[in-house]
Design a protein around this ligand. Structure first.
Ligand code: ZN
Length: 137
């Protein structure tokens, strides 16, 4: 479960930024989580709450925003979303297809829906980052 390690680094960063800005109490932290970053949002939310206890971020609301994954084909230059190809794969492979559980498999299974090429890159939707931190001075 890397959600806890991730939560730890988020809380550490929030506290560091808050200190730099002389914030006394952190109120809101917006975190963007890529759709295929393999993060369990419920666990991450719980870990953030637990790890911020006893800090100036204790009362902060941690808002998690999911970012849609977008791919770009290196052969035909078209872009498409993970959702589009996922729906197609689900209808081909059935409901309990492995993509849902192991997003890394997209690279093995996904093809460009326009030209069928397996040569594509992920434009966005993978990382996790802090978008904003709001607090009271
Ligand atoms: Zn293509």
């Amino acid at each position: 479960m890397h959600e806890w390690a991730l939560a730890k680094s988020i809380v550490d960063t929030v506290l560091e930024v808050a200190k730099e800005r002389s914030v006394k109490s952190v109120e809101e932290v917006i975190i963007v989580v890529g759709e295929i970053s393999q993060i369990d949002l419920d666990i991450l939310r719980l870990a953030l709450k637990e790890l911020s206890k006893g800090t100036i971020a204790e009362r902060a609301s941690f808002i998690l925003r999911e970012e849609e994954a977008v791919f770009k084909c290196n052969s035909c230059d078209k872009t498409w979303s993970f959702r589009e190809v996922k729906n197609k794969l689900v209808s081909e492979l059935g409901e309990d297809n492995p993509i849902h559980f192991v997003p890394d498999l997209v690279y093995a299974l996904v093809r460009c829906p326009y030209c069928g090429s397996p040569d594509f890159e992920l434009l966005r939707g993978r990382g996790v980052w802090i978008e904003s931190i709001r607090g009271v001075k």
